[in-house]
Design a protein around this ligand. Structure first.
Ligand code: CO8
Length: 263
């Protein structure tokens, strides 16, 4: 498939999707969201893709937010439709069965931070900047930021960020628990790829189960969460991946997971 606003490259089971509007600091316009949504459908349906990495083109931005020149032309109804499209696309990203890593290489503002927050975890360049500056435009985050940021860093920290619209460094974002690792700019993609390769060798069935159960922990109380874990664990245990993993351990060799529930 040909894209104009993103690029997608798949190598050895690792897909790298690049937001590619460098002249607008990779801002999210309607066309980009359409392409992203289609790409996520293809990625989700491809059994050979084990991990997805998201990053931005150029050395300045991951995503500088929703495209303000487009946003400024929208009436209330059009704004709601656009915001819903952004929310649905970002929810689709969060719901992918495979692990998704955000490699934040510069500004991740507004919708850019919201996109990164929907990934499973974030590695950031030392030069990256995070923030939800929507309040300075007279609006609030609309792509899930009020919800995902609050769940991740807590209500009061999220309120301070959203009420002030302040922009924070990668180091500050790490201190708040938004970012897992801060990397030298030139090392960011290598570090992300190293982690992605490690994940890609693991069993697809257990990765899917781990992601599903950890995500459930954010939405349900502990008893329900532990029941979800029990069921997911049982499914893993019955899978070919589990047979291969335990057999490989006993035979003192490296497991070769096929990603299958049954033989
Ligand atoms: N939208 C459109 N164009 C942008 C955006 C953006 N979000 N950000 C940057 N650009 C463009 C600039 O207009 C500029 O274009 P040109 O060269 O043609 O003038 C080019 O990118 C480079 O930008 P700057 O010259 O401004 O670069 P600086 O290094 O001086 O500044 C900043 C970089 C600090 C990132 C600055 O560009 C900035 O503040 N950008 C806007 C950040 C922002 O407010 N983002 C939040 C947007 S709102 C949002 O995301 C809400 C999402 C959910 C709601 C959806 C509602 C419908």
């Amino acid at each position: 498939m040909n894209y104009e606003n993103i690029t997608l490259n798949v190598e050895s089971g690792i897909a790298t999707l690049v937001f590619n509007r460098p002249k607008a600091l990779n801002a999210l316009n309607d066309a980009l969201l359409t392409e992203l949504s289609k790409a996520l459908d293809l990625i989700g349906a491809d059994p050979d893709i084990r991990v997805l990495i998201l990053t931005g083109s150029g050395d300045k931005a991951f995503i500088a937010g929703a495209d303000i020149s487009e946003l400024a032309t929208l009436n209330t109804l059009q704004g709601r439709i656009f915001t819903k499209k952004g929310q649905d696309t970002i929810s689709k990203l969060q719901s992918l069965d495979i692990p998704v890593i955000a490699a934040v290489n510069g500004f991740a503002l507004g919708g850019g931070s919201e996109m990164a927050l929907a990934c499973d975890f974030i590695y950031a360049s030392e030069t990256a900047k995070f923030g939800l500056p929507e309040i300075t435009l007279g609006i609030i985050p609309g792509f899930g930021g009020t919800q995902r940021l609050t769940k991740l860093i807590g209500k009061n920290m999220a309120k301070e960020m959203i009420f002030t619209g302040k922009i924070i460094s990668a180091a500050e974002a790490k201190d708040m628990g938004m970012v897992n690792k801060v990397c030298a700019p030139e090392a960011l993609m290598d570090d992300v790829l190293k982690t992605a390769r490690s994940i890609a060798t693991k069993g697809r069935v257990s990765l899917r189960a781990a992601k599903y159960t950890i995500n459930a922990a954010q939405d349900v109380e502990i008893k329900t969460g532990c029941n979800i874990e029990l069921d997911a664990f049982s499914i893993c245990l019955a899978s070919c991946d589990s047979k291969e993993g335990t057999q490989a351990f006993l035979e003192k060799r490296k497991a070769e997971f096929k990603g299958s529930y049954t033989s």
